[in-house]
Design a protein around this ligand. Structure first.
Ligand code: IPM
Ligand code: MG
Length: 358
């Protein structure tokens, strides 16, 4: 079997880190057809659109997409539909990538890099499942309009719409319960049901789906409390399932617990296990081209790609242990370095992972 992999490097450090992940994929005993296409600001510069038709077509006909990062301040003045971020939102929507897996694990060697005390985070291993194609991110109507009544009458008003359809909640809930079954059997659903109708509805549906998973212990938490508990006692969580907006925020919070956002991969899957894999860090245009970016999140994203879209869990394990090995050897890119220690470059880190894979 030959697998088609679409590689979309994007902007900023995206190309540099993806290059290392591609080197790792090519070193594995597996048949891959790898094709690259522009996305984000790079695609806007070359083709006038952040997600050109050809790029979307390539992504859709692939088994999996390896994605770098998009965005640069220089595109901030473009109208919204042409901004780099629209590429990732467009890919998620067009490919139906509703289930976003964002693991936050702490490699023991990096416990000191966390902003929390080591004992709070040692051994941290949580999974945030974020719904990715619904919620206020995609809700219509949205825009700017004139207020026609009430105290703000006559003023302009910005507005968005939050909603979740029953089937959208059900399908992410099923993914979450199944993920919990594979792990500790505990699932925490995060919402804002004390205030939002959408959240109360979400909670009611999750409770219904729970009947099909009597072996999973389900709890519920309001999002403000969840943010607090993630900082106070993160190890009390195992799997968290939440909507698109809350998941965006909580997954960055969880990422920071691990010390470096440069370490964390993610997977976004649709109903047929086609997936998009990306590091959760951004394009970091300030360090682009300096060879200092950490490629490990991209390499770990390639491992998730092997596991979830290509069904090669064995190879995924090998890549993950190679990463573990280079950390044990003491190799650190600048983002992970303690003061006074020397950092390795992006490509040196890639070399080391390849060496460890042998
Ligand atoms: C993320 C990012 C995106 C999001 C942006 C770039 C649109 O923050 O993947 O978490 O908000 O989903
Ligand atoms: Mg985000």
């Amino acid at each position: 079997m030959t697998y088609n992999i679409a590689v979309l490097p994007g902007d900023g450090i995206g190309p540099e880190i993806v290059e290392q992940a591609v080197r790792v994929l090519r070193a594995l005993p597996i048949d891959l057809t790898i094709q690259t296409a522009p996305v984000g600001g790079a695609a806007y510069d070359a083709h006038g659109h952040p997600l050109p038709d050809a790029t979307l077509a390539l992504a859709k006909q692939s088994h999996a997409v390896l994605f770098g990062a998009v965005g640069d301040w220089k595109y901030d003045k473009l109208e919204r539909s042409l901004r780099p971020e629209q590429a990732i939102l467009g890919l998620r929507k067009a490919m139906g990538l509703f289930a976003n897996f964002r693991p936050a694990m702490l490699f023991p060697e990096l416990a000191k890099a966390s902003s929390l005390k080591p004992e709070l985070v040692a051994g941290l291993d949580i999974l945030i499942l974020r719904e990715l194609t619904g919620d206020i991110y995609f809700g219509q109507p949205r825009g700017v309009r004139e207020v026609t009544e009430g105290p703000f009458k006559g003023e302009q008003q910005g507005y968005d719409t939050m909603h979740y359809a029953e089937s959208e909640v059900r399908r992410i809930a099923h993914v979450a319960f199944q993920a919990a079954q594979q792990r500790s059997g505990r699932l925490c659903s995060v919402d804002k049901a004390n205030v939002l109708e959408t959240s109360q509805f979400w909670r009611d549906i999750v409770i219904e789906v729970a009947k099909e998973y009597p072996d999973v212990a389900l709890s519920h938490m309001y999002v403000d409390n969840a943010a607090m508990q993630l900082i106070r006692a993160p190890k009390e969580f195992d799997v968290i399932v939440t909507g698109n907006l809350f998941g965006d925020i909580l997954s960055d919070t969880a990422a920071m617990l691990t010390g470096s956002i440069g370490m964390l991969p993610s997977a976004s899957l649709n109903a047929s296990s086609q997936g998009l894999y990306e590091p959760i860090h951004g394009s970091a245009p300030d360090i682009a081209g300096t060879g200092t970016a950490n490629p490990l999140a991209a390499i770990l994203s390639a491992a998730m790609l092997l596991r979830y879209s290509l069904n090669h869990g064995e190879l995924a394990n090998q890549v993950e242990s190679a990463v573990q090995q280079v950390l044990e050897q003491g190799l650190r890119t600048a983002d992970l370095c303690e003061e006074g220690t020397a950092a390795v470059s992006t490509s040196e880190m890639g070399d080391a992972v390849l060496e460890a894979l042998k």
